[in-house]
Design a binder for this molecule. Structure first.
Ligand code: NDP
Ligand code: GDP
Length: 327
């Protein structure tokens, strides 16, 4: 039975990846950082019905010794590094924490792999935020990077460390440059989930309006379930490499709002207002990915279209609020 270690297993992608690997017969070890709220921390895994099947182990990406001990004890065949301070807006408030976890944390786990488990295959969760101020209209593995936030800068360090450990030490280390991907398990602070949750609350009479920041920004949004398939495929290749994962379609926040409100028969113009509190010091105006390499080499293609994903998210938020109201 192959064994996988997932850092960030309590996050959106960690939960979907755990489910994907369990379905394929893997033993899944999940790194969980200690928290006083450990009763709610496995909520996403529970939602997918896999909490009882993942072996959760205590550790922290900023604590190298915990990572070394976990490698030693569990000897994983595949290591997926998904843990991060992953919210761009928070990275201006806590830039050094973001650097410690998102950048140096990746260095720590690469070190733990190199020292204790060099035969393991390694996946780094890189991000389209590394393209930032885009240098080409469609971003591929060959597009130069220009990060626009402390988060983007931290991810770039982690990306290059992954490439460097592959080239320096021969690790089977791959970097997946994933464009935004969403689901009903997306953190509530990200714009898609904020919008679908807002739509649900407005529809149920729990709120009247939805304050948002820049409505003109555009993102290439896919579904997390599709994107974790790509992570797994990368580690099944004979050679480690870097891959862009994207849908190839970009949509503005305004159009996202239009789609989400229309799903419940409402008009976004009646409810969305812009609020300067949600504007960013530097913006990534538009992202649009070219996943041609992944399509060709991994045979990967996204399956869930944006409107179906938004409908799934709105419906899940409606169900959550209805359940809360019934209590
Ligand atoms: P989430 O924010 O949902 O999950 C982040 C995970 O990291 C959580 O499990 C969190 O634990 C964990 N974590 C945070 N700090 C530490 C730490 N110090 N030690 C151990 N674990 C820690 O992110 P996603 O699932 O959306 O994304 C997964 C990865 O992919 C992230 O690295 C993200 O930056 C990257 N990415 C995501 C994209 C997206 O659109 N979703 C796009 C491109 C890249 P806890 O539950 O305790 O907070
Ligand atoms: P990001 O691409 O990782 O930063 O993902 P987000 O979902 O946080 O943000 C996507 C885009 O939505 C960015 O360009 C934000 O500026 C924009 N946006 C507009 N209003 C909001 C808001 O209220 N919250 C968030 N998180 N983003 C917003």
């Amino acid at each position: 039975m192959p064994k996988a270690l997932i850092t960030g297993v309590t996050g959106q992608d960690g939960a979907y990846l755990a489910q994907h690997l369990l379905d394929r017969g893997y033993e899944v070890i999940g790194l969980m950082r200690r928290s006083a709220s450990s009763d709610v921390i496995g909520e996403r895994l529970r939602w997918l019905g896999v909490l009882d099947h993942v072996q959760l182990v205590d550790g922290n990406l900023v604590d190298l010794s915990s990572l070394i001990r976990i490698m030693q004890a569990h000897k994983p065949d595949e290591v997926y590094n998904l843990a991060a301070q992953s919210f761009v807006a928070a990275s201006w408030q806590q830039p050094l924490l973001t650097g410690s976890v998102t950048a140096l944390g990746a260095g720590n786990i690469l070190e733990a792999v190199r020292l204790m488990r060099p035969e393991a295959r390694f996946y780094q969760a890189s991000s389209s935020e590394m393209f930032g101020l885009i240098q080409e209209p469609k971003q591929s593995e060959r597009t130069p990077f220009y990060p626009r936030s402390p988060y983007g800068v931290a991810k770039l360090y982690a990306h290059w460390m992954t490439v460097n450990y592959r080239e320096s030490f021969g690790l089977h280390a791959s970097s997946g440059i994933l464009f935004n991907h969403e689901s009903p398990l997306r953190g509530i602070e990200f714009v898609t989930r904020k919008v679908t949750d807002g739509v649900a609350r407005i529809k149920l009479g729990l709120a009247q309006e939805l304050p948002l920041g820049n409505l003109d920004a555009k993102r290439d949004w896919g579904h997390a379930r599709d994107y974790v398939r790509a992570m797994h495929l990368m580690l099944q290749q004979e050679e480690a490499d870097d891959y862009v994962i994207a849908t190839g379609t970009t949509t503005s926040i305004r159009d996202l709002c239009r789609i989400a409100f229309a799903h419940v028969g409402l008009s976004y113009e009646d409810h969305v207002r812009t609020d300067p509190r949600f504007m960013r010091p530097a913006e990534v105006d538009v992202l649009l990915g070219d996943a041609g390499k992944a399509r060709q080499r991994l045979g990967w293609a996204p399956e869930v279209p944006l409107d179906a994903m938004v409908a799934e998210m709105v419906d899940a938020d409606l169900a959550r609020h209805r359940a809360r109201m019934a209590r």
